[in-house]
Design a protein around this ligand. Structure first.
Ligand code: 8DG
Ligand code: MG
Length: 147
């Protein structure tokens, strides 16, 4: 049987930096992965792959500008938790930062749908399998939310 996520016994590690943006109402921003991309139609935390030689925090700041059109200062990023998930072709390692302060209006700059969701409602949105274990950490830090 093939060992998933491994090639010749070596794992292909993909490092992705992601953010949970939290608004004043305690809602979390998620974005729908566009058609044509891997895991299309699932709702994710904004972010992307760390490029060779790039600091994860710089990557996240870059991705938030590209995907959402906002400016985030590194001091406004707080580490929350991480996901480590074995996909069929790679091992995802995804640190998740929390961010409550940014400059600019959040917009889906790549045509992606966005949703502001109370942490207790995140399970109503289909997310990649790597993301499900992150939800309790968000509920702990933000609260599940009303209604
Ligand atoms: N951004 C993000 N990626 C996630 C999450 N959960 C999850 O499994 N992933 C996976 C999907 C992809 O395989 C990988 C991130 O890829 P991506 O498509 O966001 O990378 P990117 O923004 O650099 O885009 P691209 O230039 O590669 O198209 O991590 C998540 O919550 N947020
Ligand atoms: Mg991305």
């Amino acid at each position: 049987m093939a060992i998933t996520g491994r090639e010749g016994g070596r794992v292909k590690l993909v490092l992705v930096a992601a953010a949970a943006l939290i608004d004043a109402d305690g809602r979390v921003l998620i974005a729908e992965r566009p058609a044509g991309k891997q895991l299309a139609g699932l709702w994710e935390f904004p972010g992307g792959k760390v490029e060779p030689g790039e600091r994860p925090e710089d990557c996240l700041i870059r991705e938030l500008a590209e995907e959402l059109g906002i400016t985030v200062k590194e001091a406004c990023l707080a580490p929350l938790t991480f996901a480590s998930h074995t996909y069929e072709t790679f091992q995802l390692l995804m640190p998740l930062w929390i961010c409550r302060r940014w400059e600019g209006l959040v917009q889906g700059r790549e045509g992606q749908r966005l949703a502001w969701v109370r942490p207790g409602k995140l399970r109503d949105y289909p997310m990649p399998p790597a993301d499900e274990p992150l939800i309790p950490a968000l509920i702990d830090i933000v609260g599940a939310g009303r209604d």
